[in-house]
Design a protein around this ligand. Structure first.
Ligand code: OGA
Ligand code: MN
Length: 280
């Protein structure tokens, strides 16, 4: 069987040319994990997985982590596959979905888990306008900092919170108080340095402040790093077709979606792989 990881850009993205039967194969899963470290974002065009197949592939890649009960969830809390949609008949957490309009990494403010390793998203229904998912490599962003910049940020820690990530959506004082109360902060290192693999930056909309730094300077630094990561050479934008599956390294890239209409029916099915570096 011929399997090919076709690079999209030197710093980010690969199209995976493979027969869907390979997804059951242990050796292929291993190759995908290696390709994730190298390419950060893997696209399986129109592979058309159903939920059971997506769950099985997720489990083959590693331990699964479920977010449905931890705040990013949809109406059915027992669901192993998270339905990401602005359709209020399916999801009662549309604020979280609108929060994905801004650069972020999944699971950063969740207090009791290491940062999730990867996210798998499959397109069930696409939007006629908007709805592209964009990725920005924080592997490349870290790597291309100067030695002086790397030294400056080496030991910094960042407080992540749901409240910070929803700040762009909050419109009233009541909402502000509600989300502030509901939001437990979680500290993470700014520089992600796994036991093996590439270093990265844990940043994004959930990053509220840098510990020990005045709030304005800390937020300015976080914003500059996000802008740096989102430069064109480090960025890939995915234009979905129904049935596409995209798998990305959650600690190696920021991601966001271009806003789409709640009436569009856009529906994505999401599963996540647990992180393994407990120190973070
Ligand atoms: C998410 C997310 C992106 C999209 O569910 O966490 O970022 O394209 N989704 O829907
Ligand atoms: Mn996300």
């Amino acid at each position: 069987m011929k399997i090919e990881f076709e690079s999209v850009k030197p710093h980010i993205g690969a199209i995976v040319h493979v027969d869907r039967s390979a997804l059951k194969d242990e050796a292929f899963a291993q190759r995908c994990l290696e390709a994730l470290d190298k390419h950060t974002v893997l696209v399986f065009p129109r592979i058309g997985l159903n939920d059971d197949e997506q769950l099985a592939f997720t489990d083959r890649l590693g331990a699964r982590v479920e977010f449905s009960s931890s705040g990013e969830g949809s109406k059915n809390v027992s669901q192993a596959v998270l339905q990401v949609t602005l359709d209020k008949k399916i999801s009662d957490r549309t604020e979280y979905v609108q929060g994905t309009y801004f650069w972020h990494m999944d699971g950063m403010p969740v207090s009791d888990i290491p940062p999730p390793k990867a996210t798998l998203l499959s397109a069930r229904r696409i939007a006629p306008k908007g709805g592209q998912t964009e990725f920005a490599s924080t592997f490349a962003a870290y790597e291309k900092l100067s030695a002086a910049e790397k030294a400056e940020i080496a030991d910094l820690r960042v407080l992540h919170s749901i409240h910070a990530s929803l700040r762009p959506l909050i419109d009233t004082e009541e909402e502000d108080h509600r989300w502030r109360r509901a939001s437990v902060g979680r500290e993470r290192p700014l520089v992600w340095a796994p036991k093996s693999g590439r270093k990265s930056l844990l940043i994004g909309s959930t990053a509220d402040r840098i510990i020990g730094m005045p709030v304005p300077e800390g937020r300015a630094m976080i914003t500059r790093l996000i802008e740096w990561a989102a430069q064109p050479d480090f960025k890939y934008s995915h234009h979905w077709q129904e049935g596409d599956l995209v798998v990305w390294h959650n600690c190696g890239a920021l991601h966001r979606v271009i806003p789409y209409d709640s009436e569009s029916g856009r529906l994505m099915h999401r599963t996540s792989l647990a992180g393994t570096d407990a120190l973070n």
